[in-house]
Write a protein that binds this ligand. Sequence first.
Ligand SMILES: [Zn+2]
Length: 326
Amino acid sequence: MSKIHTISGVIDSEDIGWTLSHEHLVSGMGGMDRIGLYDEKEALRRCNEALQVAHGAQIRTIIDCTPVDLGRQVSAFQSLSSSSPINIIAATGLYRWVPLSYYSWDPDTVAHFFQREIEEGIEGTAIHAGIIKIAWDVEYSSTVGGPNSMQAQLEKCARGAARAAKRSGVPITCHTRAIDKVGIRLLDIFEDEGIDLGAVTIGHTNDSPDINYVLDLAKRGANVGLDRFTKTMNEEELIRRSKIALALIEAGYSGQTSLGHDSAAYSINRGPASGGPRIENSECWLPVPNFEIPWLRDKGVDEGSIDSMMIKSVQRTFEAAHSMKL
Ligand SMILES: [Zn+2]
């Protein structure tokens, strides 16, 4: 058992219930609230509705993987902390593009700023981050070069994330570009930093067409985030992704497989051409409980394995992180 910070206070890892491992309440860009791109009243309305709908589908905890540069809104967390029927775990860390301000820092300085949001709270509030998010996408593989390349900066920030995880005892969740198999290099760095790979989720892995890559991550002890599963995908694609979950279960890794959608209740990213938030979707967190889980049951997966994916895999990341705390 370990303690987990949610936006409404501390809970026991025992009590997380069915958990979606990678979602967003509100997303966009850092500072969007100050330049007229963010409507908090509308955002809260959409979040509250989507949370109620997800709660009705047995979801009890959501990990919000939105660091400050992806438009995290701590004021929205403050409002939702009393209205949400679901536990919400907030993230510190960074999104894909390392800000220039970080370029001259060493990994310990990066770690310090992540730790501050975990240990002291976010932006002067009582809300503590419960997880560290980093993101390696197309920039990682396409910017090879010296110390000022994005690749070198992303690697440095991964080291910072590892050190903060070890010092604060919280897990790391990684957005990855699965097609480039960057999860392997991430695990190499985390191993080199001496952290327990059980505290690491390599996310968006169900984007991968290569089941051997997926299984290799699990074999190394990491948690595999099959956390892209959206209503915009057609049924054939949803089944392809569900088969990855089935393969992990059959290989004995249900306790190292977590599910999610990577869906936002309110986002200004990929919105309409005329601006404003993306079209409303209060059912954004339903495809896992309403499609993937029934599909897996249909293939003979038992409730123990379902709970293993929906609860134990995520618990394990928090517990592994807690045990390595310095
Ligand atoms: Zn995401």
